[in-house]
Design a protein around this ligand. Sequence first.
Ligand SMILES: [Zn+2]
Length: 67
Amino acid sequence: MTAVSERICPHCCNPIYDDDALLCHFCGNSVGTGSSGAMGLMRGAGMKVFLTVLACLLVLGMILQMI
Ligand SMILES: [Zn+2]
């Protein structure tokens, strides 16, 4: 017997039975739990690192042009 993947909405505390649901059926807020949330967080961090590296490269390019 497998456990029912029931989640609780952090906003309205209603149970969410749909495992793939990203939004709460009751209040419409996003349910930020599960592996998908962690993946989204990692993707966001990766994007931030990419933008930071891009900015550093641009600054480096400007410094090299000044020399
Ligand atoms: Zn809710």
